[in-house]
Design a protein around this ligand. Structure first.
Ligand SMILES: Cc1cc2nc3c(=O)[nH]c(=O)nc-3n(C[C@H](O)[C@H](O)[C@H](O)COP(=O)(O)OP(=O)(O)OC[C@H]3O[C@@H](n4cnc5c(N)ncnc54)[C@H](O)[C@@H]3O)c2cc1C
Length: 487
């Protein structure tokens, strides 16, 4: 938490914003401001109506890039902190307004699909376009973006790019950084910058990566161009296997991916995690889920390789249709968020996740060490109703582990973060770093993993610090995100 950076008072900031954008683009409703001060990291205290501030002075809704530029120029000149947002599904505190009188810069009204180009296989959208809406639109034309995070119904392109998001079909289509062709962004001082769309270039370092994953701490993303692929669901082949141990499943994924096969979905669930996803068939074992996708001959070849890899590993095969059905209810729209809120209030119970990545050789060690440490060290271990993990995104050199923990809360809602979420999160992060992995695979650092940013990057931290200083010299962009809050 920090005092306002600005010499302007709250009322004056609001007045200047209203002059700039018009009053209907500036929300100062007290409840909206309270809710805008947190994200899903504080979902439990929020559902109890507990908001400790600091609160933003306004939420502003620019209609185009020039308005984004005007707001940022004003904020930069007057040292007003900015918190960018779009779909509001952030889970790591990236939307928390930790500096008093911040401006929440909300791109969700910039929601136009600008171009669908099926010759050059590109789609251009403004930052506020929800992924589900545009995916439905291109599927109707026979194409797909290939991007399918669980938050697809709600997440929008600005946030998807800013967090380095990843979806369920990542082994085939990649993560957002593999999809972005070019983009437009606005820097802290209002400068508009456009990285043009080309198939590849060797004109210096890849500057897209200064913006992708910046979590609103370097620049505001206004427009994005991503790749398109043909959509051929009729060729999809679904597979499910039960294995006695987690390592067998991980090893099977490794063999497939390392050989060069690209099943779009490649997942292994520990028995605890499998119980909540596949209650009807997991049978107390680890569950492996695979999907072969793409042109018919490629999908068939991938399917053949999947069967071959399992032919010499002990397993029980699951009915394909059970796996296919699982996808139908996987994503989270507002209905599930609302149900979760009602459940949290009724049962003082919730679930969180921490996702990390690690080389193939350390995956099982990471899984086991986290399970052991949580059981041995976590003061509220008896309140855990579930602790497990799955691997859901695999690469040539390793995979991610997504630790999932549910608990019943036995303390004041205000203390849930410090007594439950933070200690569990810390164990996962510490173990990933100890084993040479990354402390964050796809949710971003937000504000709660900043204590480990220096350890994550080691001597490369200097590069990141200098980029931040060059792009945001006054430190107005999402203070406390990626880097610990400077007071
Ligand atoms: C139920 C659920 C399931 C999820 N599943 C996945 C998943 O499968 N894969 C995955 O990767 N993530 C997942 N997430 C996390 C989240 O959905 C992603 O991080 C998503 O990319 C955030 O997009 P958003 O539009 O909601 O961004 P927001 O929540 O609005 O913002 C997220 C971050 O990006 C910054 N930001 C937002 N817009 C901009 C912009 N225009 N310019 C610059 N910075 C900006 C914000 O400041 C913040 O730091 C899930 C979240 C939930 C709640």
């Amino acid at each position: 938490m920090a005092d306002s950076l600005s010499f302007l008072g709250r009322a004056e900031i609001v007045a200047r914003l209203s002059d700039m954008l018009g009053p209907d683009a500036v929300d100062t409703n007290e409840q909206s401001l309270r809710e805008a001060s947190v994200d899903r990291f504080k979902k439990y205290s929020a559902v109890h109506g507990i908001f400790d501030g600091p609160f933003p002075c306004a939420i502003v809704y620019p209609r185009d890039t020039e308005e984004v530029s005007a707001v940022l120029r004003f904020a930069n000149d007057n040292l007003v902190a900015i918190v960018p947002r779009t779909g509001r599904t952030a889970t790591e505190g990236g939307l928390e307004t930790v500096v008093a009188d911040s401006i929440v810069l909300d791109g969700s009204r910039m929601d136009r699909v600008l171009k669908i180009d099926t010759q050059d296989m590109m789609l251009t959208v403004q930052c506020g376009v929800p992924l589900q809406r545009v995916e439905d639109e291109v599927r109707a034309l026979g194409y797909t973006t290939g991007h399918s995070p669980q938050s697809k119904p709600l997440a929008q392109y600005g946030g998807l790019v800013a967090t380095r998001s990843i979806g369920q079909f990542s082994t085939l289509y990649g993560a957002i950084e593999d999809m972005v062709v070019g983009l437009e962004a606005v820097l802290a001082d209002g400068t508009i910058t456009r990285i043009k769309n080309v198939p590849r270039r060797a004109a210096g370092p890849d500057i897209r990566h200064l913006v992708i994953g910046n979590e609103g701490a370097f620049a505001f993303v206004t427009e994005v161009t991503v790749k398109l692929w043909p959509y051929q669901p009729e060729n999809n082949r679904y597979f499910g296997f039960l294995t006695e141990d987690f390592g067998t499943g991980v090893d099977a994924l490794r063999e497939l991916v390392v050989q060069g096969y690209r099943p779009s979905v490649a997942r292994v669930y520990s028995p605890e995690d499998a119980r909540q996803h596949f209650a009807h068939f997991h049978d107390g074992r680890n569950v492996v889920i695979l999907v072969a996708e793409g042109p018919r001959r490629l999908a068939d070849a991938t399917a053949e390789a999947i069967e071959e890899v399992f032919s010499d590993r002990q397993h029980v095969r699951v009915e394909d249709s059970l796996v296919q059905q699982w996808f139908d209810n996987l994503n989270w729209g507002q209905d599930k968020i609302d149900r979760e809120k009602a459940d949290m209030l009724a049962h003082s119970h919730l679930g969180y996740t921490t996702e990390v990545s690690v080389d193939w050789s350390r995956v099982v060690e990471l899984y086991e060490s986290v399970m052991l440490r949580v059981r041995a060290e976590f003061a509220h271990a008896d309140d855990l109703t579930m602790l497990g993990a799955h691997s859901s995104h695999s690469y040539q050199t390793g995979t991610n582990l997504y630790f999932v923990y549910d608990y019943t809360i036995g303390c004041d809602p205000r203390d849930e973060i410090t007594q439950y979420h933070e200690p569990l999160n810390a164990i996962v992060v510490e173990e990933a770093l100890r084993l040479g992995g990354s402390m964050v695979h796809h949710h971003g650092i937000g504000k709660y993993r900043t204590p480990w940013t220096a350890e994550e990057h080691g001597s490369a931290l200097e590069l990141l610090v200098r980029v931040k200083k060059a792009l945001d010299p006054h430190g107005i962009m999402n203070p406390g995100t990626i880097f610990p809050l400077e007071r």
